[in-house]
Design a protein around this ligand. Sequence first.
Ligand code: 1GP
Length: 236
Amino acid sequence: QMLYNDILSAKNQNRKLLAILLDPDKIDWENLELLIGKICSSPATHVFIGGSRVFTDRIDELIVEIKDRCALPILLFPGNPSQISHEADGILFLSLLSGRNPDFLIGHHVKAAPTLKNSKLEIIPTGYILIDSGSETAVAKVSGTNPLSDENEIVSTAIAGQMLGKKLIYLEAGSGAKNAVHTQIITSVSENLDIPLIVGGGIKTNAGIRNAYDAGADLVVIGTAFENDLNFFGND
Ligand code: 1GP
């Protein structure tokens, strides 16, 4: 429970957290050392690894390389059970609560359970809520579910997730989304939750990160913006 307790105590101390999301398929292996150096010197507190679909079989290798050079905790953010790596520290055990696709609510979890039971990964039950972001996203496509846009439904879904025992709620606009999750939505959800709130998808600037924090996000996820510009957090 170490990873989760750290996230929870950060929330309680109002210490904001930042995750860099790496899609294993988009890694420039030739320049891996540079990438890891940039992650280490960034303000990131966590590294997330995963994607809706991942084709490479080099996830273990990627995690070992990062761990060799960087002390940040590594959490899996898997789109399906094939992305489980025992080299990571933990896993966001995501249940797609915004959708009604049984595979993403419970099916994949049943498939992964025996493997996870025998692993040292810290398992963090996470209610995953896809929010409408003005464009079709990979999560919506792969899961065959529609994102939510009604504020009351989003808040009710987050509350239900907490009541079901989820330890985190993740508001997801989708990787590379046109629009990030609206600050009004973040505020309404955070005001109704006791557990930490993760927000990600379509955040393109450092001001966007601050806006999400100010609205009530406890942990912000940055994928595409850092992928496109390794100096996103500043030159060093
Ligand atoms: C996607 O929330 C993450 O699952 C990050 O999205 O790639 O748009 O930063 P971006």
